[in-house]
Design a protein around this ligand. Structure first.
Ligand code: AMP
Length: 399
């Protein structure tokens, strides 16, 4: 069975074609600068190819991608009927979708009502789905939501202490994001340890350009650091994460900025990059820190401190901790950040083995030291495979 996974961004469309019998990627790639000048597709089968092609919109991009999949030299299939289903990554399921679903026109209309919740991503996500409906009308389309894994967070943790009618009227609450990643690594971690997920208290740390923490009890998410939008929580590449909300009107008044301008400052001009003026990439921050840059040193300390604070809080929320999982760009690659986080948690008997921590990359690894009471794992995330697995499950249940 072949499943195509699509992740549409505002000006990009990532794709991966899986053979699910072997859980193997056949071809993958990304169409970039959709709707702009100099658009192109970066395609990968055995080798990488760049195709310069005009891509005025998502439908045109998908059409080119489907042609590539069927190309005799670059592709993997002969005709579109060899794609058994398509899985779409969707940013927001609001309260309507608490798990992956088979999409139809009615559900797409419901999604259109959530555009306000994700004005950058939702129109692109919907555009990708509509393009598939029109180009592959007989192929089942499945939606997997970044918010879905967090639907189990109880009201005491997902509500804000604002007037309750704001929740009732506008659905202002914590939704959380990176759900496919947290769910995937939590499942993989339990399998790796050979223990039932339903018996574990777990903290999953998705540390990338965007970062979030999730507290998982018996396989269900009970809290997460991102909130109404992906701005809340940790210090990120360009996002500030938690701060006193009263700073928003204060900055607005001082700098004569509109609410949208302050929003952009907090989302795109803050975090590692905004604080240092150097870069949103942790590798650049690490290098600047080594060269003696004071702001790089400080923002790194802030990054680590915020994570440690969340782990302490979530251990209390869980009433203990069995497993901690590192994933995503920084979580998987930055052994120094992992070491610094775990060192600050040694009072909780969380300890990692230095040799294991400095060892192999990109592979599921147990980092736990012999005298640690908590298992510490490195689990590479694979959001596309997670979506493909959900798609496979839904399509087969239906049959
Ligand atoms: P992601 O959003 O998961 O793709 O993660 C992207 C981020 O991972 C980059 O912005 C880097 O800051 C970070 N990253 C990737 N490789 C490394 C590395 N070897 N050391 C430190 N950070 C890394």
């Amino acid at each position: 069975m072949n499943i195509l996974v699509i992740n549409s961004g505002s000006s990009s469309l990532k794709y991966k074609l899986f053979n699910m019998d072997e859980e193997k990627v056949l071809v993958s790639g990304v169409a970039e600068r959709i709707g702009g000048e100099h658009s192109f597709i970066k395609h990968e089968n055995h080798e990488k190819t760049i195709i310069n092609v005009n891509l005025p919109n998502h439908k045109a991009a998908l059409k080119e991608v489907l042609n590539l999949l069927m190309d005799a030299k670059l592709g993997a299939i002969k005709n579109l009927s060899e794609i058994d289903a398509v899985g779409h990554r969707i940013l927001h399921g609001q309260e309507a979708f608490s798990e992956s679903v088979i999409l139809d026109q009615e559900k797409v209309e419901t999604l259109k009502g959530f555009i306000e919740m994700g004005p950058l991503h939702m129109p692109a996500n919907i555009g990708g789905i509509e393009a598939c409906f029109s180009l592959m009308p007989d192929t089942p389309q499945i939606g997997a939501f970044d918010t879905a894994f967090h639907a189990t967070i109880p009201a005491k943790a997902h509500l804000y202490a604002l007037p309750y009618e704001l929740y009732e009227k506008y659905k202002i609450r914590r939704y959380g994001f990176h759900g496919t990643s947290h769910k995937f690594v939590a499942n993989r971690a339990a399998k790796f340890l050979g223990r039932p997920l339903e018996s574990l208290k777990m903290i999953t740390l998705h540390l990338g350009n965007g970062s979030s923490v999730a507290a998982v009890e018996d396989g269900k998410c009970i809290d997460t650091s991102m909130g109404f939008t992906p701005l809340e929580g940790l210090v990120m590449g360009t996002r500030c994460g938690d701060m006193d909300p009263a700073i928003v009107p204060f900055i607005g008044k001082k700098l004569n900025m509109t609410p949208d301008e302050v929003d952009e400052l907090m989302n795109k001009k803050s975090g590692l990059k905004g604080f240092t003026g150097i870069s949103n990439d942790m590798r650049d921050i690490q290098q600047a820190k080594e060269e003696g840059n004071k702001l790089a040193q400080l923002v790194y300390e802030m990054f680590i401190y915020r994570i440690v604070k969340y782990i302490g809080a979530y251990t209390a929320a869980l009433g203990g901790l069995d497993v901690m999982v590192f994933t995503a760009g920084i979580g998987e690659n930055d052994f120094e950040a992992r070491k610094d986080i775990c060192e600050k948690l040694s009072f909780m008997d969380i300890k990692i083995d230095e040799k294991l921590n400095n060892g192999l990359r990109g592979k599921e690894t147990r980092l736990t030291a012999a005298d640690s009471k908590v298992e510490v794992l490195l689990i590479p995330t694979n959001e596309e495979l997670s979506i493909a697995l959900d798609t496979y499950r839904l399509v087969n249940n239906k049959k």
